[in-house]
Design a protein around this ligand. Structure first.
Ligand code: ADP
Ligand code: MG
Length: 330
């Protein structure tokens, strides 16, 4: 008799379940920018999902739509079964306790007028009734968890390096033991060695605490060690999703292949004989997207149908999905 239960590829009730998400920017006299156009994305409890795509592809807009920092133009964002798009301010505030964020810029995301202790304790002030002493104890515990010292508590953000500031941001994001952390380009502004350190720290803390993570980056190279799954975004749409090892082994979409070539070329330790797909030209204007497949104007493999018909996401071998007319469906 087997005691190992079968693990489904996509769990029945994901922690975060995003369906047909649309995020638009409207400004008077200008064309509406559809920054996110029909994105489906799931993150299971404890899972790390990377959302990858070049700058301008709509990743941060998707985050704003998920967090309800912008009300989506369409779609559902279920967190723990509850559709956040239907919640009022008060209910949202309660739901946000369990979804915390780490932002990119370590030099502007921390209030320069607050001490490190005040910054890290802020979520406790908003969401708990802990007293001063309890908050101080939690802050000291978090400082040690992220590799800083209790003496750092009463200093100000400008006294710290970029890597240390991201540790402070991580301490703030984790102090409530949320169920999901959304990290938007959390290591992108750092040099490579602090990038690796902060990445390792985030990875070990979320694993230890069982926290799920939506890890957003334009740099495919950094997701390999941290992500269980990778979703690739291009011009407001997802074009591919696979388990991380599968995506690196056999990227299906030509856009993913191009991103991966670029990431491998940039990595001097990696020597590959893999066919290189170079990414030419610029991301099209999202206010004026191409007909058919969003990638058709830059795709080296595009044929007539690609310029006419948008390919749907279809299953590929290995349990992932890709949206490309030329990919063999599973
Ligand atoms: P990414 O995070 O992947 O770099 P963004 O979500 O920041 O992408 O941007 C996606 C698109 O939306 C871009 O074309 C960007 O210019 C546009 N955009 C982002 N924020 C705004 C805004 N506040 N108003 C109008 N357009 C915006
Ligand atoms: Mg962004």
């Amino acid at each position: 008799m087997s005691t190992t239960p079968a693990v489904p590829a996509v769990p029945a009730t994901p922690l975060l379940d995003v369906r047909d998400l649309r995020v638009e920017y409207r400004s008077r006299g200008r064309r509406t920018v559809a920054a996110v156009r029909s994105v489906d994305l799931q993150v299971a409890a404890g899972e790390v999902v990377a959302l990858v795509g070049e700058s301008g592809s709509g990743k941060s807009s998707a985050v704003r739509g998920i967090m309800q920092l912008i009300r989506p133009a369409g779609g559902e964002v279920r967190f723990d079964g509850q559709d956040l798009t239907t919640l009022g301010r008060k209910e949202l505030r309660r739901a946000r306790r369990d979804m915390q964020m780490v932002f990119q810029d370590p030099f502007s995301s921390l209030d320069p007028a607050m001490t490190v202790a005040e910054i890290i304790a802020e979520p406790l002030m908003v969401h708990t009734d802990q007293d001063r002493k309890q908050r101080r104890a939690s802050v000291v515990e978090m400082l040690e968890l992220v590799g800083l010292r209790r003496e750092h508590a009463d200093r100000y953000p400008h006294e710290f390096s970029g890597g240390q500031r991201q540790r402070i941001a991580i301490a703030r994001a984790l102090i409530l033991r949320p169920r999901l952390v959304i990290a938007d380009e959390a290591v992108s502004a750092l040099d490579v060695s602090s990038q690796n350190q902060v990445l390792q720290l985030l990875q070990s803390l979320i694993a230890e605490l069982g926290i799920a993570c939506l890890f957003i980056t334009h740099d495919l190279a950094v997701v390999r060690s941290i992500a269980d799954r990778v979703a690739v975004m291009y011009l407001g749409r997802l074009v591919e999703q696979q388990r991380t090892e599968d995506l690196f082994d056999h990227p299906e979409h030509p856009y993913t292949q191009a991103l991966l070539s670029a990431a491998l070329v940039a990595d001097p330790r990696v020597q590959r004989t893999r066919r290189r797909t170079r990414l030419e030209g610029e991301l099209p204007d999202p206010a004026n997207p191409p007909a058919g497949c969003v990638f058709s104007t830059r795709c080296p493999l595009a044929i007539d149908v690609c310029h006419e018909v948008a390919p749907p996401m279809r299953p590929v071998a290995g349990g992932g999905q890709a949206a490309c007319h030329l990919v063999e469906p599973a």
